[in-house]
Design a protein around this ligand. Structure first.
Ligand code: DP6
Length: 360
């Protein structure tokens, strides 16, 4: 599939009005996307676990536009209240998708969105939010083209979500989604995310992810700016090629059920992501002292108990604690007694791997 496969040729039936609701989850990358080029194309392949409890629910209401300005009119509500801060990113998204959704200008919209996690948690809502919005738009497209296959629907929704936020294209499906061409994954693509279909050992089924909310503040650096800093970065080339190798290695790890090798790879990816930020110009430290305390506690606990718990990080201070389902009780005990004290107001979220977005 190429971009042109997503440019529809048929004429659209413009509806008077309607509304559609989707719930889409967040995801956590194991091999990270960091660096992009062209129009939202990744510099390297990435793979993520889709989550369950952390999700965004979006109702898109649309009605035939009356405005003659050519501008798309829309309002964004978060938990029922107007949220103008979200508008620039969504306006950019509408601009990027116009070629692929020609009817987009025919309507005005109200985008009514709610997150299952607190807005100020530092958990990025762009992946879950943009994927939910892309799915709602595809549902409108489906009304004009009811014969579209479910596979095309999903691929195009992921394609559109990517134009809103790269990692969003990995939030539609589950439990593992790959985005970016990789020579050992035949259906992988730079332009949309695809469900990872190779063998995955039972050790990795129902993996658990507890998100420790270390810093709920505004992101110091937006991911878009962060990605930009990979242009001209001294270590960029080596990093992009390492991500390909790490994904190859992870494929073997998944097949063999080798949780020890999984831990090494996933923690190294997280630290490499932060190392890239620390060595860019300008440079950033997005971890907080408590992030490091948590990492050290996890390493101690692993050494003392033989647990298979490990961590990964996003572009921020929060820590994702990953562990197999059979350690759910012991690790959640450990988190409550040893790690919750490092979280802002003791706040953390127990989540687990899920199967993607759904229509409500
Ligand atoms: C560190 O998808 O938020 O979470 O494409 O600019 O919206 P944009 O960036 P975004 O970047 C996410 C980066 C990451 C790693 C990952 O999810 O792979």
């Amino acid at each position: 599939m190429t971009e042109s496969d997503f440019i529809p040729s048929e004429n659209y039936k413009v509806l008077t009005q309607g509304s559609v609701t989707y719930q889409s989850p967040s995801n956590i990358a194991l091999v990270k996307y960091w660096g992009k080029h062209g129009e939202q194309l990744p510099q390297n392949p990435s793979i993520s676990f889709t989550l369950s409890n952390c999700h965004t629910t979006t109702t898109l209401s649309y009605k035939k536009a009356t405005s003659a300005t050519g501008e798309i009119e829309f309002d964004v509500l978060l938990d029922g209240k107007s949220e103008p801060d979200f508008k620039p990113k969504i306006a950019k998204f509408f601009e990027r998708i116009e070629k692929y959704i020609p009817f987009v200008k025919e309507y005005s919209y109200v985008i009514d969105t709610a997150n299952s996690f607190p807005h100020s948690s530092g958990i990025a809502s762009s992946a879950s939010g943009m994927s939910a919005l892309a799915l709602c738009l595809m549902e409108i497209e489906r009304q004009s083209n009811p014969d579209m296959t479910p596979a095309y629907f999903l691929q195009k929704a992921s394609f559109l979500a990517r134009l809103g936020s790269g990692s969003a294209c990995r939030s539609l499906d589950g439990p593992l989604v790959v985005w970016g061409n990789h020579n050992e994954i035949s259906n992988s693509s730079d332009i949309f995310g695809t469900s990872y279909n190779s063998n995955v050992h039972d050790n990795f089924k129902n993996y658990q992810d507890t998100i420790l909310l270390v810093d709920k503040g505004e992101k110091q650096v937006s991911s878009t700016v962060g990605h930009g800093l990979m242009h001209g970065h001294a270590f960029a080339k080596a990093r992009f090629s390492q991500a390909h190798d790490n994904l190859s290695e992870l494929m073997r790890v998944f097949e063999a059920g080798d949780v020890d090798a999984f831990i090494k790879l996933v923690e190294s990816e997280a630290l490499t992501l932060h190392a890239m930020m620390m060595t860019s110009h300008p440079y950033f430290i997005l971890m907080k002292p408590k992030t490091l305390e948590i990492i050290n506690e996890i390493w101690d606990y692993r050494q003392q108990t033989g647990s298979k718990v490990c961590f990964t990080l996003d572009a921020g201070a929060n820590v994702h604690v990953l562990y197999p389902e059979n350690e759910k009780h012991s690790v959640q005990d450990f988190i409550a007694t040893k790690l919750s004290k490092f979280c802002q107001n003791g706040h953390y979220i127990n989540d687990f791997v899920g199967n993607g977005a759904k229509k409500l």
